[in-house]
Design a protein around this ligand. Structure first.
Ligand SMILES: NC(=O)c1ccc[n+]([C@@H]2O[C@H](COP(=O)([O-])OP(=O)(O)OC[C@H]3O[C@@H](n4cnc5c(N)ncnc54)[C@H](O)[C@@H]3O)[C@@H](O)[C@H]2O)c1
Length: 358
């Protein structure tokens, strides 16, 4: 059995992660690609040997004409909601890139539509497929550190020039193997919906919720753009549904050639966990001095960027569950939206309920 997958958006990420994953997957066929940009479309078709009758300028036309079991939407953030809706209306399984949407009502509507139409909506968070992440998640779920009371998360990444609309300096470090990111994709607030919040806090927050099962209920935040049109540095304090409190900080200011960082410190009533995701170091500190160091995954497994597309194939073939479900995407969109509101309004705001609809 083969899963027939269509790819909407053939920019940097689709050509760097999703199309190579599909091409290498013996159980997948690239059944269509769609992109209005003729150059990006042409380079993607050539690199991944997509026949001309499966190459479309218009996503709706591809959804109409190509025979698909599932589709991937990897377009700029502001285009996520309408294209995802088009796929779900066709009752196809969907891998939708992060952030699921910019606005929470859109994310909730997509999750409801997927459920109503009996298809899976996977949100593109590769870390949720790391075996080490899953082991830390299991340890927490098994109660190894008891009830969580305090968390902190630090995420520092190489993004500043993308926010300036200047992707070229990152060609090697971010690996533009076929197409570079569009100049406005991460820099234009109307298209991106924000900077570090929409592009990176979405990853670190989703992973925190995925690891711990905690749900944020209120946040206070400071965000700063410096010389840019979108935020570069974000600092958030959070209260969770079980009364735990925590902080998340993130900056896109790491220089090329330096290591990015993603670190969690999770403290419970019976112990704590330190997890350096990029280093592959996870240590569980339990009662009576017990220390459990989880094995470090090989370098190539630390950011399994092909895993979401492979999961879509498995979901379409009915042989795996959704590893990064829509409910988590919705929660994360609500969280990032609350972060921006809290920053703008200078007060603690609820997550989800009572948010501003723009
Ligand atoms: N999960 C990750 O680690 C990760 C990494 C990078 C990017 N991303 C996400 O992937 C998405 C795409 O980012 P990118 O860097 O590849 O952007 P990009 O600018 O390189 O590519 C976007 C592509 O979408 C196309 N497009 C725009 N409107 C379209 C439409 N209506 N139909 C079809 N195609 C359309 C553009 O022409 C362009 O080719 C974003 O949501 C981004 O946040 C995720």
């Amino acid at each position: 059995m083969t899963a027939r997958i269509g790819v909407i958006g053939c920019g940097w990420w689709a050509t760097r992660a999703h199309l190579p994953a599909l091409k290498a997957n013996p159980d997948a066929v690239i059944a269509g690609i769609a992109d209005p940009d003729p150059e990006n479309r042409k380079r993607a078709a050539e690199r991944f040997a997509v026949p001309p009758d499966r190459v479309f300028a218009d996503a709706d036309e591809m959804l109409e004409k190509a025979e698909l079991d599932g589709a991937i939407v990897a377009v700029p953030h502001s285009a996520h909601a309408p294209l995802a809706r088009a796929v779900l209306r066709k009752k196809r399984h969907l891998l939708l890139e992060k952030p699921m949407t910019i606005h929470p009502p859109d994310a909730r509507a997509l999750a409801a539509l997927a459920e109503a139409n009996g298809v899976e909506l996977i949100v593109g968070y590769p870390w949720h497929y790391s075996r080490q992440v899953l082991a830390v998640r299991d340890a927490i779920a098994e109660g190894r550190i008891g009830e969580i009371e305090y968390v902190s998360c630090q995420f520092a990444s190489i993004v500043r020039e993308l926010y300036r609309g200047n992707p070229e300096p990152y060609r090697d470090v971010l690996g533009y193997s076929v197409n570079p990111p569009g100049m406005r994709t991460y820099a234009d607030p109307e298209i991106a919906g924000g900077g570090q919040g929409q592009t990176q806090v979405t990853h670190s927050a989703a992973l925190l919720f995925f690891l711990t099962g905690l749900k944020p209920v209120s946040v206070a935040a400071l965000t700063e753009s410096f010389e840019l049109a979108v935020d570069l540095a974000d600092a958030v304090v959070v209260r969770f549904d079980n009364r735990a409190v925590g902080s998340l900080g993130s900056t896109g200011s790491v220089l090329p050639g330096q290591e990015e960082m993603l670190e969690y410190r999770i403290f419970g009533t019976r112990g704590h966990i330190t997890f350096d995701v990029n280093e592959g170091s996870a240590v569980i500190y339990g009662a009576a001095g017990a220390i459990d160091r989880l094995p470090a995954p090989p370098l190539e497994e630390r950011y399994p960027d092909w895993a979401p597309a492979d999961n879509l194939v498995d979901v379409a073939l009915g042989r795996a569950p959704n590893g990064s479900p829509a409910s988590l995407g919705v929660l994360t969109v609500e969280f990032v939206d609350a972060m921006y509101r809290a920053g703008r309004e200078g007060r603690t705001v609820p997550v989800g309920e009572g948010e501003m609809v723009r």
